[in-house]
Unconditional design. Structure first.
Ligand code: SF4
Length: 233
């Protein structure tokens, strides 16, 4: 069975060859343009939960209203915020808005700017974000990776299925064990981890489905263990 450390380059090459460069939520790369760190976070947070057109319109409405400053977004009356989105013809649910406002409050409390972010460890940011109601481990790692350019991996179900079916992860692994295995593929390379995450999400949608692995159509079939995919359980 090909070990993960022997398969890293082949795995990344196969995804890149099959899908080409993939665009992250929020459009990335992190820190592009003149945007402040909170704008990167808001952009990715919206991109994770809304389709790109709605996320882009919501971001534009926030920018127009001066709400891409975390203190302003945290403090605004929710009804006023609803009005701003209504006027911009953007429909966002409370499930989307509440975590974003909690992240805004957190960022405001941290005096979140490029310099303060640079000084914070990845683990500190991860733990802080996970402590916010409505921000789960995968969302926290998505924000770290796609918004802040840290070498973090947001483990989703497709990644878990691929790692288990190839024998690279024990099916009983918890979230952080799976994250650690995925991060080991490119431990110091956020760009490679981003392409890995986006590529495995596509593999999960196209071939490595929850109920059945359609290996015959998958770009990763050359990395299968002898005897085929392992049962996810
Ligand atoms: S579909 Fe098959 S080859 Fe593709 S990732 Fe899943 S188990 Fe691997």
């Amino acid at each position: 069975m090909p070990r993960l450390d022997e398969s890293r380059a082949s795995l990344l090459d196969a995804l890149a060859g099959h899908y080409g460069p993939l665009s992250p939520p929020g459009g990335g790369p992190p820190g592009s343009g003149d945007a402040a760190p909170f704008e990167w976070i808001a952009s990715v947070a919206l991109g994770l939960v809304a389709d790109p057109r709605i996320a882009s319109a919501a971001l534009a409405a926030l920018r127009e209203a001066g709400l891409l400053e975390p203190g302003a977004l945290a403090a605004i009356d929710p009804l006023e915020l609803d009005d701003i989105f209504r006027q911009a013809r953007v429909r966002l649910t409370a499930r989307v808005l509440q975590p974003l406002r909690k992240i805004a409050r957190w960022a405001s409390d941290q005096a979140f700017d490029a310099e303060s972010v640079r000084l914070m460890s990845t683990e500190t940011i991860r733990e802080s974000l996970r402590g916010l109601n409505g921000v789960g481990p995968a969302t926290a790692d998505s924000l770290l990776l796609f918004a802040l350019g840290r070498a973090a991996y947001p483990v989703d179900r497709p990644t878990y299925r691929v790692l288990v079916r190839h024998g690279w992860l024990d099916p009983s692994a918890d979230y952080d064990e799976a994250r650690s295995v995925a991060e080991s593929i490119a431990p110091d390379d956020p760009g490679a981890l981003a392409q890995l995450s986006l590529g495995l999400e596509k593999v999960g949608r196209d071939a490595c489905k929850p109920a059945v692995a359609r290996c015959e159509r998958c770009p990763l079939r050359h990395l299968l263990p002898e005897g085929g995919p392992i049962e996810v359980g």
